[in-house]
Design a binder for this molecule. Structure first.
Ligand SMILES: C[S@@+](CC[C@H](N)C(=O)[O-])C[C@H]1O[C@@H](n2cnc3c(N)ncnc32)[C@H](O)[C@@H]1O
Length: 251
């Protein structure tokens, strides 16, 4: 069992209302998608439950979806079937991607939704980005979204409990994040995520997972990208915003 195999069962409680429909998740990337040729080959290399991959396939793209978690890949395959979308779903860690796909294959690679911080430190992150870069055709683009770790770390260790019940599939849940912020940037950090579902009788069923993560500063990320032949083309990075998107092209 890998990280996220438990959360995969209840992952929809962690996705915002705005990104739950596959078409809407894909639409949140409209600006970069407009740069793609018709029939583009795209890879979502941390696909989770598949909303983005299925949304991209719905636009006529050739989509491959990969994830380290078998349970996530299974959910992506199920969602594709539900929507009649043609998505090739494969279980693969970032480091394993070159074993599955030929170099210079994809027009765009997505690594979105707070995934890259799960790569183990500078070494793991560099290896992950190296794989993504290899699979892009020259001129192809990597699209990354990330937490603003400068902001997250400045708040220190804490507990975040949703101030509203989240309703999915007719069931309500309280979503809880416990942030374990280590003393130094390069240390292993932890996020424990719990989804506490409350039923009509008042009984509570909890699914939780303790995830490891290794935060990075924006400047560090840019340096890591540059080292693997990716040049930052656009970014929404802002020290006061929770998340940012970065687009880097392969030189
Ligand atoms: C926070 S979820 C984001 C999922 C999806 N992109 C989204 O936006 O909903 C992070 C995902 O990264 C995957 N992941 C973590 N480490 C990975 C690795 N080393 N290689 C590939 N995927 C990984 C997890 O299994 C999980 O599905």
């Amino acid at each position: 069992m890998t990280d996220y195999d438990v959360l995969a069962e209840v992952y929809e409680w962690l996705i915002s209302d705005a990104k739950l429909p596959p078409a809407d998740f894909a639409a949140s990337f409209d600006d970069v998608l407009s740069l793609l040729p018709p029939n583009a080959h795209v890879l979502d290399c941390s696909c989770g439950t598949g909303q983005l991959a299925v949304g991209l396939a719905g636009r006529g793209m050739q989509v491959v979806a990969t994830d380290a978690s078998e349970a996530m890949v299974r959910r992506t395959a199920e969602l594709s079937e539900e929507f009649g979308a043609s998505v090739r779903a494969v279980r693969a860690n970032w480091e394993e991607l070159p074993d599955h796909f030929v170099d210079d294959t994809f027009d765009m690679v997505f690594c979105v939704g707070n995934s890259l911080h799960h790569a183990a430190g500078t070494t793991g992150r560099s290896a992950a980005l190296e794989s993504m870069s290899r699979l892009l055709r020259p001129g192809g683009r990597l699209v990354l979204t990330s937490r603003t770790w400068e902001l997250v770390r400045s708040r220190g260790s804490r507990l975040d409990i949703s101030n509203q019940l989240v309703r999915r599939n007719g069931r309500d849940a309280v979503v809880i994040y416990r942030w374990d912020i280590a003393p130094h940037w390069e240390d292993e950090h932890h996020i424990e995520i719990a989804i506490a579902q409350v039923d009509a009788t008042g009984s509570v069923q909890v699914r939780s997972e303790l995830l490891s993560c290794w935060p990075y500063q924006y400047e560090q990320l840019n340096a890591d990208l540059h080292r693997v032949g990716l040049r930052t083309e656009a970014s929404t990075f802002n020290l006061e915003a929770e998340n940012y998107m970065l687009v880097a092209s392969k030189e």
